[in-house]
Design a protein around this ligand. Structure first.
Ligand SMILES: *[C@@H]1O[C@H](CO)[C@@H](O)[C@H](O)[C@H]1NC(C)=O
Length: 354
């Protein structure tokens, strides 16, 4: 009997802690939606309600959803506009994630999202958006925004900030530098860590001053050049994807200068990009992976390594792989104490490094 105790204890704990769905038993679930509640924790003290309403075609009134819904999928519904009321009503205020992808949304009311004050993840990809009103995302704790496959020609910070309406600050500003305070209160408003603007019609880099982005994807736009200091404001960026920029022919020296945290840079499929001077990589002190596969760049200057102290892998052409190695032919007796071995770029195909 005693030997059963640990086993029983384990069974009890597992029953208490494991999430258990209660699909089909959720109040207020629209007949065309699928609602699922996952409960966690001791005595089910914590639960998530996921509601999937694809192909429901709700028109312009809100789809009724259960109270406390956390995740709502409204993708593939032929929606063409977002009005002020469509994302309001019981259940909407608690949303943490909202999927509106694969609709035909081209018109959005400036306040369409204003009630979603816990929203962290928003997917508006595969729609027909050309612009969003100033302040459209303001006041939302958004961490992840997907705006890929839309029709943006330009994009800037205005959508995250309401200008002209001072944010309430209850401190005495009289003896301070106002410019500094406004920029720091700005950044504390912006939680966005991941932004995807792939497959739009951007001709210029978006202006993203003051957002502590970690992930930025601009693949498949028509950006033609990257100027010196273009990314100066994105000090926290870890992953930057600039693949398939059909018009990109020029990256200026110091183009990536500000990206001190960047670990992965994807420049693949940029056929018009032919040469890169070593100084293009200046400032990329954390960069580990550089992808130039299927781009116009077919050789690499050996001295680019002096700008890339952390690089582990460079890919170019069709599956050519280069990496950093210690220079050959340096014999031990020549090396004094404290000698730092010289590093060179080595590739699995000859004639790449010049
Ligand atoms: C490099 O880019 C190519 C083309 O976009 C992609 O197929 C490949 O997976 C990338 N390689 C790495 C290591 O990310």
């Amino acid at each position: 009997m005693e030997s059963m105790m640990p086993f029983l204890l384990c069974v009890c704990l597992c029953l208490l802690l494991a999430p258990h769905g209660q699909a089909g038993n959720v109040k207020n679930c629209h007949p065309s939606c699928t609602c699922e509640v996952e409960s966690f924790g001791l005595f089910d003290s914590f639960s998530l309600t996921r509601v999937e309403c694809r192909g429901v075609d709700p028109g312009t009134s809100p789809v009724p959803i259960p109270l406390d819904t956390t995740h709502l999928d409204l993708s593939s519904n032929s929606l063409s506009m977002l009005t002020d009321v469509m994302l309001s009503g019981p259940g909407y205020t608690t949303l943490v994630s909202l999927d509106l992808s694969n609709n035909f949304i081209s018109v959005v009311s400036p306040k369409a999202l204003s009630r979603l004050r816990y929203l962290e993840t928003l997917d508006l990809s595969h729609n027909s958006l050309e612009e969003l009103a100033e302040g459209f995302f303001s006041g939302l704790p958004l961490a992840e925004v997907d705006l890929s496959h839309n029709r943006f020609h330009q994009f800037d910070l205005d959508v995250f900030i309401t200008k002209g309406r001072a944010e309430p600050i209850s401190v005495d500003l009289s003896h301070n530098q106002l410019t500094e305070i406004s920029s720091s209160s700005r950044s504390s408003l912006l939680h966005v860590q991941s932004l995807t603007l792939a497959a739009n019609q951007l001709r210029a880099l978006p202006i993203l001053t003051g957002i502590s982005l970690r992930d930025l994807c601009l693949d498949g736009n028509v950006i033609s050049h990257i100027d010196e200091g273009a990314f100066d404001d994105l000090k926290d960026l870890v992953h930057l994807s600039l693949s398939g920029l059909t018009e990109l022919s020029d990256i200026q020296p110091n183009g990536f200068r500000g990206l001190q945290s960047l670990q992965v840079l994807d420049l693949s499929n940029n056929r018009k990009l032919q040469t890169l001077s070593p100084a293009v990589f200046s400032g990329l002190v954390s960069l580990q992976e550089l992808n130039l596969s299927n781009s116009g760049v077919m050789s690499l200057p050996n001295n680019m390594l002096s700008f890339l102290p952390s690089i582990k892998s460079i890919i170019l052409g069709q599956h050519i792989h280069c990496w950093r190695t210690q220079k050959q032919g340096q014999f031990h007796r020549q090396l004094g104490p404290g000698h730092v071995p010289e590093m060179v770029l080595t590739c699995d195909v000859d004639g790449i490094v010049s």
